[in-house]
Design a protein around this ligand. Structure first.
Ligand code: AGP
Length: 611
């Protein structure tokens, strides 16, 4: 979604803003812009489309542009189509402002401002916010007071970066329900919507909290709390380095990130296995507390929600505790039945997804214990949950989530085994065996699945021109199918659906015609024969079947057109790890061979910070 960068320091801000914008590209955007102080004024350069358009404009018309202070923005359109005019920064002769989020009361504010004589050129809610700040600045002649007063009126979510013509060398920044950090370096200071935007220059930053206002100068950062008093901020250090946020020789972030999966599992799980047993390393969440939960609800969006599906299967099988999986955007508006005896597990790679964050707050309000599974340290969800279990996958840049999903499901297994042990459903010996499989065998299986790379490419080439593609599975294989289908459609734009194989004859099978590709995930031993029957049903209607199964799966040759024999794990519960690696690779190569923008698929954003 939208991205913010700002720099003030002893060097030229323009290349730094462009670097920052490029590092933010992965969040998804459709236009970009910068505004920098220039002799006695502010120069704005903005355009629809890629950042390359800004670079082109800078080269052609602003080749001498140099400034020690400026702000920049990548816009993912919400109010008004992508256009030069709707691009940020917005503002007036006196100021420029960039904004992430949504101003919900923009219609009321616009009317009030129009009554006072303001006119508007864009369709954005951001322009309204900028003019509200302008009005307050006119009235107070004080930048800080103008920002503070504006916040009293703004409703919705926002991270704002503002520069005032009268005070060169200062960036004003504030936020509510949309992330913003202040990063510090020897040669100057930054504002940014996330860490990768500044990693090239620094990994030290302050986390801005709700309603705080920061004044960022080249050698000074002053942060004011809600009461207007200066507050001391804790300096955070990101352990991500620039290599982790760059492609490092790979063609795309997505393929790099898929290949990082084995390592990510080890990094995430190893510190949480002590003496062979699962240890969540959460002092506040004792074994007694864990054993006390009557119900568990997983809440998340998209791929993270699909990780919750695997979590449900694992917890219900091992611990026999009932688990619901809820889509965050539905959960928050359905008056969910959640009590203080419940555990609500919130899953999010970014830790900033607006619906997921709102769901977390609702669960807390209802008295449930909230446990967040998050990849980004210090993100809103991580900070607000009662307990947070970080997935240490490192930065995930490609919009399509891959390694983050793998580590999310690894953590699901860890929690399932821990719960099962806490409620006495498994013995210590059994728990140790699970940990052995998870920590030692799954990374190896994942490595072996990566060796199927060329075969995945061949299959992608064979089916890339399909109109529709279906995934079928039963039990945990259905959970895999759902995520595999999302992965394929989001980056290849091929219509795809996932079906529980037993459900086909209740309607869906009418979609199968000659040549329709069906990917059948068949890793569940107990359900294997049932799957073969379902495969025969689609074969009889002309489907081309691609089977994902274990080595030696009997009868596969007789029914499938193509077969992937994936590495076997001693307990079928863990098969989603190697199976998904293969399915992610197939999606990746389909997108590559269709010549699509793999890492930044159309209309999508990495971090969905608006509801
Ligand atoms: C996955 O490939 C997606 N792009 C998307 O579904 C994502 O998982 C979802 O938006 C949730 O994001 P989060 O994990 O950052 O909360």
């Amino acid at each position: 979604m939208c991205g913010i960068i700002g720099y003030v320091g002893i060097e030229n801000s323009v290349p730094k803003l462009i670097d920052g914008l490029k590092a933010l590209e992965y969040r998804g955007y459709d236009s970009a812009g910068i505004a920098v102080f220039t002799d006695g004024g502010i120069t704005t350069v903005k355009a629809k489309g890629r950042i390359a358009n800004i670079e082109e404009l800078l080269k052609k018309s602003y080749s001498a542009l140099s400034s020690s202070c400026g702000i920049g923005h990548t816009r993912w359109a919400t109010h008004g189509e992508p256009s030069d005019i709707n691009s940020h920064p917005h503002g007036t002769e006196r100021l420029r402002l960039v904004h992430n989020g949504i101003i919900e009361n923009y219609i009321v504010l616009k009317k009030e401002l129009m009554d006072l004589g303001y006119t508007f050129e864009s369709e954005t809610d951001t322009e309204i916010a900028s003019k509200l700040v302008d009005l307050n600045y006119k009235e107070t002649s004080d930048c800080f007071a103008a920002v503070k007063k504006s916040l009293e009126k703004l409703q919705g979510s926002y991270a704002l970066g503002i520069i005032f013509k009268d005070v060169p060398g200062k960036i004003f920044a504030t936020r509510k329900d949309s992330p913003l950090i202040i990063a510090v370096s020897e040669s100057g200071n930054f504002i940014a919507s996330d860490i990768p935007a500044v990693l090239k220059y620094t990994n030290k930053y302050y986390q801005l909290e709700q309603g705080e206002i920061a004044i960022v100068e080249k050698d000074k950062v002053t942060v004011y709390g809600l009461d207007g008093q200066i507050i001391e901020k804790k300096l955070c250090v990101a352990d991500w380095d620039i290599d982790a946020a760059e492609k490092g020789g790979w063609d795309h972030f997505m393929i790099k990130e898929i290949n990082e999966e084995p390592d990510s599992i080890i990094k995430t799980i190893r510190p949480r296995v002590v003496n062979g047993l699962p240890n969540l390393q959460l002092e506040e969440l004792s074994d007694e507390k864990l054993a006390s939960f009557k119900n568990i609800t997983m809440v998340a969006c998209g791929t993270a929600m699909h990780a919750g599906l695997i979590g449900k299967t694992a917890i219900e099988r091992l611990a026999r505790i009932p688990v619901k999986v809820e889509i965050a955007s539905e959960f928050r508006y359905k008056n969910p039945i959640i009590t203080k005896d419940d555990l609500v597990i919130i899953i999010s790679q970014s830790g900033e997804t607006a619906d997921t964050l709102a769901a977390l707050r609702l669960a807390k309000e209802r008295g449930a214990y909230t446990l967040a599974i998050v990849n980004v340290a210090g993100s809103s969800i991580a900070r607000e949950a009662d307990s947070t279990l970080y997935t240490w996958a490192g930065p995930e840049i490609a919009v399509a989530s891959t390694k983050a999903y793998t580590v999310q499901i690894s953590v699901m297994y860890l929690i399932a085994v821990k719960l099962a042990l806490s409620v006495g459903k498994i013995t210590e010996e059994e728990a140790k065996n699970h940990m052995r499989i998870l920590l030692e065998h799954t990374p190896v299986a994942c490595e072996q699945a990566l060796l199927l790379n060329d075969e995945c490419k061949r299959i992608a080439d064979k089916y890339k021109d399909s109109h529709d593609l279906f995934f079928i599975g039963r039990g945990i294989d259905y959970d895999i199918a759902v995520e595999a289908s999302l992965k394929l459609k989001e980056i290849s734009y091929i219509h795809s659906e996932a079906y529980a194989a037993g459900e086909l004859k209740h309607g869906t099978i009418s979609l199968i015609t000659t040549g329709t590709p069906v990917i059948a995930v068949c890793t569940e031993d107990e359900l294997y024969d049932k799957m073969i029957s379902n495969i025969k049903e689609v074969k009889a209607r002309g489907a081309k079947v691609i089977m994902i199964c274990k080595k030696g799966a009997k009868g596969a040759d007789d029914v499938a057109d193509d077969i992937f024999y994936i590495p076997e794990l001693e307990d079928g519960l863990y098969m989603p790890i190697p199976a998904m690696t293969v399915l992610q690779l197939i999606s990746y190569y389909t997108s590559v061979l269709l010549d699509l923008d793999v890492d930044k698929p159309r209309n999508l954003a990495k971090s969905v910070t608006v509801e």
